[in-house]
Design a protein around this ligand. Structure first.
Ligand SMILES: Cc1cc2nc3c(=O)[nH]c(=O)nc-3n(C[C@H](O)[C@H](O)[C@H](O)COP(=O)(O)OP(=O)(O)OC[C@H]3O[C@@H](n4cnc5c(N)ncnc54)[C@H](O)[C@@H]3O)c2cc1C
Length: 394
């Protein structure tokens, strides 16, 4: 059986940046299990859906981002034995490790929304969240001149869910400039009462929704879609509503953690099945050698790439603290939800898990939309991601 000191499951933002950080910290035997040959910088998917970026801007070969000195096991984990500290892969390998870090992200739960998958296949529905469909969003948006259109924000767990408002607000901005906004009926299905649950941020969002004439269906979720009838059925505490004759649906699927996490007894609940870690130390609550971070971990905050900057630091510090008996660091739940409110103006929305403001730039109000923040989010951050974050330097 193959043995590794630190085995990281997942080669996304979490897995690659953690591997790089551990190697920088002097660890020698680090392996990442990741099946995909491609690594994506997902925040740019929203810019693809808004006609501001291409898929080539956000994709790199996995082989180019796996840090030097890290073993890449190109396979997918499909079972974990926490007592034996082994994982089994889809390719039939059995891997043993001393420390196991789980960060496989979330998976689309198509069964939660009957009809949605075939609506995607037909091209009537698409979204920034489903990479294969993201390039279809902007052509659909720009071809619309009249009729009804629906956008959704996915319910939790979701990867930085409120950023699904970006394609909506960028589309509205385009339609206004094209002079067709008044001929379109734009609806937004929100899983919560407001866009972010942060009053300082929601103030700007509510202004934007009202200014663009967006009808907001609150505390609602998409129950099913019908690709033949082009209808979207929405449920809310007030009842069920069928939105008919929808010309285009930016309907984001619902998400859950991979099932093998709950099957191994590593989740708090079977659904959504997130890794049951202490949200402060990020260590598994029942298995001291197992840790979790990123979208798949139950960290009591809204997951984001920005959150990972802090998580990777805390987790790497705590791994050596666990080995030496030093006190552990605590993750504050810091997260970020960048949203474009008007053309090329973006609010960062940096908060801790209690929604308290946590600006990265001291004294800067992180809820105010600004042009330089849009430029930084679109052009600056991707460079920081490829050259610093993925190399364990942040
Ligand atoms: C459309 C969109 C827009 C976003 N916008 C922003 C933003 O503006 N700002 C921000 O901060 N964050 C944003 N995010 C969130 C951010 O991208 C995620 O929080 C981050 O990518 C999570 O990283 P992760 O490594 O936990 O998961 P992922 O990036 O999903 O990576 C998971 C990895 O695990 C691998 N994997 C899956 N299953 C297995 C398995 N069984 N075995 C082994 N490996 C497996 C996958 O192939 C993948 O490599 C956005 C996300 C999306 C989808």
């Amino acid at each position: 059986m193959e043995h590794t000191e630190v085995l990281i499951v997942g080669g996304g933002n979490a897995g690659i940046s953690l591997a790089a950080r551990l190697l920088r910290d002097g660890m020698e035997d680090v392996a990442v299990v990741a099946p995909s040959p491609v690594h994506r910088y997902k925040p740019l998917l929203n810019y693809v859906a808004a006609g501001e970026a291409t898929m080539a801007d956000l994709e790199r070969p996995m082989a180019d981002v796996v840090p030097d000195g890290c073993t890449w096991i190109r396979d997918a984990v499909d079972a974990v034995d926490p007592a034996a500290m082994t994982v089994r892969t889809r390719g039939g390998r059995s891997l043993h490790c001393s420390t196991l870090v789980l960060c496989p992200g979330l998976v689309e739960d198509w069964d939660e929304t009957p009809g949605l998958r075939s609506a995607y296949a037909e091209g009537w529905a698409a979204s920034s969240y489903v990479p294969g469909s993201a390039p279809l969003v902007w052509p659909s948006v720009t071809s619309l001149r009249s009729g009804s259109v629906v956008f959704t924000v996915p319910p939790e767990p979701a990867s930085c869910g409120p950023t699904a408002l970006k394609p909506l607000l960028m589309a509205c901005d385009h339609w206004r400039r094209a002079g067709v906004l008044d001929d379109l009926q734009v609806r937004l299905v929100l899983p919560t009462a407001t866009g972010t649950g942060i009053p300082e941020a929601d103030r700007y969002l509510e202004e934007a929704f009202a200014g663009y004439g967006v009808e907001v269906l609150r505390e609602s979720r998409v129950e099913q879609v019908d690709g033949d009838l082009h209808s979207v059925t929405v449920t809310s505490p007030g009842g069920r509503r069928v939105l008919e004759d929808v010309a285009f649906a930016h309907a984001v699927p619902h998400y859950r953690a991979p099932r093998w996490i709950a099957d191994a007894g590593l989740a708090a609940d079977a659904s959504p099945g997130l890794v049951d870690v202490d949200p402060g130390t990020m260590r598994h609550r029942r298995h001291g050698s197992i840790w979790g971070l990123g979208d798949a971990a139950d960290l009591a905050t809204r997951p984001s790439g920005g959150a990972l900057r802090k998580q990777v630091h805390v987790l790497s510090t705590n791994l050596s603290a666990a080995a030496t008996g030093r006190p552990m660091q605590q993750y504050s739940g810091y997260t970020v939800m960048p949203i474009t409110v008007h053309r090329r103006k973006l609010m960062l929305n940096e908060v801790d898990r209690d929604n308290r403001s946590q600006p990265s730039v001291p004294f800067l109000d992180p809820f105010v939309p600004r042009r330089w923040q849009w430029l930084f989010d679109r052009y600056g951050l991707p460079q920081v991601y490829w050259h610093r974050i993925l190399r364990g330097r942040v």
